[in-house]
Design a protein around this ligand. Sequence first.
Ligand code: BGC
Length: 460
Amino acid sequence: MKNDFIWGTATSAHQIEGAWLEDGKGMNIWDAFSHTPGKIANEDHSETACDHYHLYETDIAHMKALGVNGYRFSIAWSRVIPDGKGKVNPQGIDFYNRLIDSLLAADITPFITLYHWDLPLTLQMENDGWLSEVTADAFARYARICFEAFGDRVQHWITFNENWCTAVIGNGQGNFAPGRISEDEPYIVAHNLLLAHGKAVQNFRRGDFAGQIGIANNCDWREPFTDSDEDRAAAQEALEFFFGWFTDPVIFGDYPAIMRERLGDRLPRFSPEQSEMLKGSSDFLGLNHYTTHYASREAVVPDQIKADVGNGGDQDDQQVYLHHDPEWPRTSMGWFVVPWGFRKLLNWIKARYGDIPIYVTENGCSVAADSKEEAVDDQFRADFIEGYTHALTQAVEEDGVTVKGYFCWTLMDNFEWTRGYNMRFGLMYCDFETLERTPKASFHRYAEIIRTQQASSTES
Ligand code: BGC
């Protein structure tokens, strides 16, 4: 790998910060959702989470020990603008200034995500959140405020994290905030999220800020179940409905043709001006990748439901059935560990979008444990990271894919959304009573991988 490669780790504000109403922070949709009975495992919420708001210096010291040269975190919109659209909260700005300055002092490059699912609650209440383009305008203003406040020191910006999840899980299946259930709203929400991305990028480019701006989209790999034309087409279409939905517009200026064909009027249209605004609006592509499935056009077992495992997506709109190999190891989220799928996906992205730089903005796994002792001995995660980083180096060094960074999800166990604190994805164990962080075996293995990679890196 080149010597400017970023070996990093990633988190998000709502999952680690805590201090949910401190220093002027406003409520967001996840604060409300997680205080709604029955929505989160064990009725967990993130009032305190990892208390990173107060312990960020400890966390940076741990990152230093890990050896990362990049850290991806998100800004809590309602900490900076409590109602999402009105007055700026100076204490919110101060917190992120302290965080950024401490990272830079530790030689860790900050990568900021502006939106990792925590919409200010007022915007949901007054405008129906992402169902309205008003929210996209509020986002573009919030983004500009962040560029102005932090852009003198931060040069890597990500507008949105996994819009697919906001659209499908939050506004289709109802399992994420804001908890809406609908067949058509995911497409409207997605449309407004994409417009919000375009408007924010316009503000960035017009403001002449230094650095780069992009988007982080999630995608699993879809391997054709057989070599038949039908299964190959099914896999391709599944990728277009997943990654293409949010990536084609920011590269080509429109949705994939297959979506237009299948969805007709249910898929909103971009005006020529909007399409122009979106085209080329990502300097790089962020990829969050977790798992792989086989895809087929027809059911292969009787009564099989479409997309019955994992991040299947908007099942009924795709003519795709998903399967897995029973031999594949499975994480405690039930996700399959298939490093070769990661390598294939990186190659697919290059084939479809050309040589645009890619940052792997998330990759990691959950490992169940009944005690701290068991949790810190996480050989499963250590092997996972080794397998996936190996596939990554093959994609770069043997296949010629331009990947510029890898961010392991996640620095420490944290609030895993609907699954609460039971699903542990961290390189560090977090004791949610004492807030003590303890590096796990995977932390040490990842540190070793980084050291080895950096020692053998080539000139950039
Ligand atoms: C999200 C993270 C989440 C992780 C594991 C990604 O979808 O961006 O916030 O914790 O996956 O579920």
